[in-house]
Unconditional design. Structure first.
Length: 331
């Protein structure tokens, strides 16, 4: 398959990197303020004591803490340092403590976080794009204990959650995602990913997605599935004509198939960026909190990607630049 031979333009990445905090805070605040409150406030304490925080303000601070890859206590210190950048958006003089963030974030539903990501993606939403899909694991802090019969010993191994994503190859945005347990297969969540997008042009996936029902699902979305076939696969349609047609392309036109399939490596690069910048560990201990943390990591990636797209549009230049491969000297 080879490596992805493009990268985001240096003019774009350098500007976003130098002004990352300001750009991300303004972008995230503008989205949070357009949404309804993630939860309803109750009259806690009978009206005594300090007034409660605005739920949208708490959601903003909680998401920003994970986006900036801070722990709860270091996140509180960071929010105090950059408070002047978002005080005009929320008109709040106080900063939620680490305990408040930890307690209130548990009240924010996953559907609200998905809505935040949807607003990000809709800025550059379009039909007929190329969708690349794959999955990868994020380690949980808890461990599961099981007995291995082969070595007759009890093993404690860290659990993990699996993140299934769909990437728009042209923009690099994560346009669809699903969080499952670590032992889940790759192919069943694809139905959920396809429901989150409109019509597509092509779908790129590895052999884990080589199934007739997936080919039919992609055809119903108006796309062509460029998915490698397994060694024991045959060209028999069994009621799936698109399976036979793509099998002929895979066997008779291998160069064309490889050329169409090659951009799938962008999804591998996306997971690499996601884990390098925002960590491959989930610090939450409860499973439903781990899911929320994984969703915010996806939001963090899309925030950076939207910042790239906005900067490229502002400069009037292409987002991607092609890497020049080194020429081999001829002896």
């Amino acid at each position: 398959m080879g490596k992805w031979n493009k990268r985001v333009s240096y003019q774009v990445t350098s500007h976003v990197a130098r002004n990352f905090d300001t750009i991300i805070i303004e972008l995230l605040a503008s989205i949070i303020l357009t949404l309804k409150s993630p939860y309803q406030l109750k009259n806690e304490g009978g009206g005594r004591g300090r007034p409660p925080y605005d739920p949208r303000y708490v959601a903003f601070c909680g998401i920003l803490r994970i986006v900036m890859n801070r722990s709860y206590q270091k996140g509180e210190a960071y929010l105090k340092a950059v408070h002047h950048l978002f005080v005009s958006f929320f008109n709040e003089d106080r900063i939620p403590s680490s305990t408040t963030l930890q307690y209130r974030l548990s009240k924010i539903p996953s559907s609200y976080l998905r809505l935040v990501n949807k607003h990000l993606v809709n800025r550059f939403r379009r039909d007929g794009f190329t969708l690349a899909v794959d999955s990868s694991g994020l380690r949980k802090s808890s461990a599961s204990s099981w007995f291995c019969l082969r070595i007759k010993r009890r093993i404690r191994k860290k659990d993990h959650m699996k993140v299934h994503i769909g990437i728009d190859v042209d923009t690099g945005l994560i346009v669809a995602f699903k969080i499952t347990e670590g032992k889940a297969n790759d192919s069943p969540p694809l139905r959920s990913l396809l429901r989150q997008v409109g019509r597509i042009g092509k779908l790129l996936g590895d052999m884990a997605y080589s199934a007739r029902w997936i080919f039919e699902e992609v055809k119903m979305k108006g796309g062509l599935p460029f998915i490698p076939f397994k060694k024991n696969a045959t060209g028999r349609s069994k009621g799936c004509k698109i399976w036979r047609d793509m099998f002929l392309v895979f066997t008779n036109e291998p160069e064309r198939f490889k050329e169409e399939y090659h951009p799938r490596s962008l999804v591998e690069a996306t997971f690499s960026t996601l884990k390098r910048c925002w960590g491959e560990d989930l610090t939450s201990r409860k499973g439903w909190l781990c899911r929320k943390e994984a969703i915010v990591k996806v939001i963090a990636f899309n925030l950076q990607r939207v910042a790239y797209l906005d900067r490229a549009k502002e400069l009037g230049i292409p987002l991607w630049q092609t890497l020049e491969l080194p020429k081999l000297a001829v002896c």
